[in-house]
Design a protein around this ligand. Structure first.
Ligand SMILES: Nc1ncnc2c1ncn2[C@@H]1O[C@H](COP(=O)(O)OP(=O)(O)OP(=O)(O)O)[C@@H](O)[C@H]1O
Length: 517
């Protein structure tokens, strides 16, 4: 009898033919990223996402985002976060911290409740957009509503959106406090309070807002702090507001293994000339160029455009709509170079960026680390080049000492194997509905090129941001002289002028997906 039953069960199993992994075969998994990766992301314990016992619908979102296995920070943080314990986590730039808090947050949300159940705070509006997109992508099969809210948009729209159920709210602290203070965002049953770039959020400008925000949450909330840099301010906050936090520190060394760092010693007035030379020699897939002030961002973007290279710029004094457009288009590879202030130093994730240039050298080690971490994402290769003038020499020394790293003088020729990939078109796009973005970005790029006189093509991209000055000026770039120039703070003129043959490769092209020069 028992034998007959066993036979029957066996035959049932065989006849339905379903293997436990069958659900995976229907997933829309993106092409495998075959680039070599460093130990920063490969030195794992060998766990699989399935080992976390999370919902299948969440696993589907994870695999469809192209994630195969958890990174070291994900292996460490996800199981603990799922238990509801407070977490203080430190891991290198670009090693997957966002998913390390997003995955457990999504898992713990009850979609049947209409309450806000997770608050994710980030320091900048661009990062809020990016992080909300990660939540939407990973949680797309969960029936969860994610809302992003930041300053620079109308409060009224947010109030309307909060009439509908919102499960995860991602935003910058000021706007969230506004909404909570007005009783529009109800955080009274929100058990998860997450801070990404936590040390930045705990700087003096944000701390009072953060402390007020915490009061809106229930007492037994779970607090999770993530960053690559944790100064002492974080310790004070954690002592006061966290319960027995589980500490993760994956930073035995501070800098990413995949990033090669060089400096070029150069007089201030020769910096543009030096940049021009770098553009002509490097194989840039996409680059981010940092300046230390908004004036210098605009001036440099103008210079780069005059040199004939495609270039966007972004800084905090631009209109939010223009900031968003620049960010969106640059992420989608519409333009090869982006000049920016420290607004985009933290968290911004664009895998196609293989070169970061510190046109102005940063003042401290944290900023340096976050800036260079915009390349070499998820254990890949990247190049960081620092233009150093006489006044920066002590800073250079201090940053090398603080980070325990060596920044070498730039050699005559830079080995392409250090930062160039053979098939840049295979580099994964940002986690988002890429197909749609890419197609519309291509159309937009085409439209812009068609509108430009042929002689200007490729040099005019800085115009995109030019309407975005917060002073309300709404003029075309050519009709206005940047303030810095009027005040005699302009960059050196050497190297100006257009036309050398070596510019051609970069003119007007899309950064991502184009063969590097
Ligand atoms: N398990 C994974 N497998 C493959 N790719 C991943 C995985 N986890 C994250 N990524 C990708 O790695 C990149 C970097 O991730 P993320 O932006 O979360 O890094 P981060 O640690 O938050 O960086 P930063 O400190 O600069 O904010 C993203 O493009 C993300 O999609």
């Amino acid at each position: 009898m028992a034998e007959a039953l066993a036979n029957q069960l066996e035959s049932t199993k065989l006849s339905d033919g379903a293997s436990p992994d069958d659900w995976k075969s229907g997933l829309k998994i993106p092409a495998k990223d075959t680039r070599q990766q460093t130990e920063d992301v490969t030195a794992t314990k060998g766990l699989e996402f399935e080992d976390f016992s999370i919902k299948r619908d969440l696993l589907m979102g994870i695999f469809e985002a192209g994630f195969e296995k958890p990174s070291p920070i994900q292996e460490e943080a996800i199981p603990v976060a799922l238990t509801g314990r407070d977490i203080l986590a430190r891991a290198k730039n670009g090693t997957g911290k966002t998913a390390a808090f997003t995955i457990p947050a999504l898992e713990r949300i009850n979609p049947k409740s209409s309450k806000i159940q997770a608050l994710i705070l980030v320091p900048t509006r661009e990062l809020a957009l990016q992080t909300s997109q990660v939540c939407k992508t990973l949680g797309k099969h969960l029936g969860i509503n994610v809302m992003v809210t930041t300053g620079g948009t109308t409060l009224r729209d947010d109030i309307v959106r909060l009439q509908d159920p919102v499960h995860v709210i991602v935003g910058t602290p000021g706007r969230i406090l506004d909404l909570a203070g007005k009783n529009v965002a109800d955080l009274s049953e929100c058990p998860m309070f997450i801070m990404d770039e936590a040390d930045k959020l705990l700087s003096p400008e944000f701390t009072p807002v953060i402390e007020q925000l915490l009061q809106f949450h229930p007492k037994d909330r779970q607090v999770m702090l993530f960053s690559a840099t944790f100064p002492i301010t974080v310790k004070n906050f954690s002592d006061k507001n966290m319960t027995d936090p589980y500490e993760i520190n994956l930073m035995d060394e501070l800098t990413l293994r995949g990033i090669t760092q060089y400096y070029a010693f150069v007089e201030e007035k020769s910096k543009v000339h030096c940049l021009n030379t770098l553009f002509s020699k490097l194989q840039i897939n996409q680059s981010i160029i940092f300046c230390n002030s908004t004036n210098r961002v605009e001036l440099l973007a103008k210079k780069i455009t005059e040199l004939g290279y495609s270039c966007f710029y972004s800084h905090a004094r631009m209109l939010q709509a223009n900031r968003n457009r620049v960010f969106h288009d640059f992420r989608n590879g519409v333009c090869r170079n982006l000049v920016c202030s420290d607004l985009l130093t933290r968290g911004i994730d664009i895998q196609a960026v293989n070169v970061v240039i510190n046109f102005d050298f940063p003042k401290n080690a944290e900023t340096y680390l976050h800036r260079i971490g915009r390349s070499g994402r998820f254990g890949h290769l990247g190049l960081a080049i620092n233009l150093i003038n006489w006044d920066d020499r002590f800073n250079l020394y201090n940053i090398e000492r603080d980070l325990g790293t060596e920044i070498q003088p730039i050699p005559q020729t830079i080995d392409k194997n250090l930062y160039v990939y053979d098939s840049p078109e295979n580099i994964p796009r940002p986690v988002s509905n890429f197909q749609t973005n890419r197609q519309s970005a291509d159309r937009e790029q085409q439209r812009r090129l068609e509108q430009q006189p042929s002689g200007q093509r490729g040099g005019g991209q800085a115009n995109v941001a030019n309407n975005g000055r917060s002073n309300g000026a709404n003029r075309e770039q050519g009709q206005r002289q940047p303030q810095g120039q009027r005040q005699g703070q302009g960059f050196g003129q050497r190297g100006g002028g257009r036309g050398g043959r070596h510019y051609d490769g970069q003119r007007g092209g899309r950064g991502q997906g184009m063969p590097a020069q």
